[in-house]
Ligand binder design. Structure first.
Ligand SMILES: *[C@@H]1O[C@H](CO)[C@@H](O)[C@H](O)[C@H]1NC(C)=O
Length: 221
């Protein structure tokens, strides 16, 4: 079970880093154009209802979608194959202005560079791996150390996942409203499940190993 956590974290961190198989499906946030459909924003605070129309005219018919992972972006201009890269510049170079009229690739890259923070998860993955090694049949003292490391790892994952979740939901809400209904946004469900599931597994491990150590201590008195 312990090795799964390392795998989950690695998969989460590697999301969007290649066009291969499931990678484009592991993203934190996606943004894309509605292909010409404009969802007019409503509400008592809307001062300029025409903004949707004006922006709709700029956006045109494009269907470009961008997905943001911890280290890379994926994009596709129309339903079909994904193009993924850690180098956003090289992705942007292949697009024409009409394909990305309000610079969503730039928005995505800014989000990834300035808001996404993968380093706590990297530390957590390394710690989980150490726990995996320590948890093999070794003396109880090492198991106690393992509980400590596992606890630390669980906290780091909790902080990262909360951060990832809050930042993605926040960015998604602001981006859709700012674009006045000409774009869609979404939070990557697979990435969220991977993150929260890893946190759950780590918490279970802490509890499990703690009881193991406690019962062993009782037996040895
Ligand atoms: C990213 O791609 C651009 C254009 O293709 C290139 O000039 C740049 O050196 C690349 N950056 C890295 C870090 O590879």
């Amino acid at each position: 079970m312990t090795i799964f956590k390392v795998e989950f974290l690695t998969l989460l961190l590697a999301g969007c880093s290649s066009s291969f198989s499931v990678m484009p499906r592991i993203y934190l946030l996606n943004i894309g154009y509605n292909g010409g459909t404009v969802y007019q924003v409503n509400g008592a605070t809307v001062v300029n209802p025409d903004a949707s129309v004006v922006l709709g005219n700029i956006v045109g018919q494009t269907r470009l979608e961008v997905r943001i992972g911890y280290f890379a972006l994926c994009l596709r201009s129309s339903p079909g194959a994904w193009l993924c890269s850690q180098n956003a510049t090289s992705l942007a170079e292949n697009l024409y202005a009409y394909e990305d009229p309000i610079n969503l690739v730039h928005v995505a890259q800014t989000f990834r560079e300035k808001i996404v923070f993968p380093y706590l998860l990297i530390i957590a993955a390394a710690l989980s791996f150490i726990v995996f090694v320590l948890i093999l049949p070794y003396p109880p003292l090492l198991k106690t150390v393992a509980v400590g490391i596992c606890f630390l790892s669980a906290i780091l994952v909790l902080i990262s996942v909360l951060w990832q979740h809050t930042a993605s939901v926040g960015a998604a809400t602001v981006a859709t409203n700012l674009a006045n209904g000409t774009i869609f946004t979404g939070v990557g469900i697979t990435a969220m499940i991977l993150g929260w599931f890893t946190f759950g597994l780590l918490t279970l491990t802490v509890i499990g190993v703690y009881f193991f150590v406690a019962i062993n201590a009782l037996h040895s008195v």
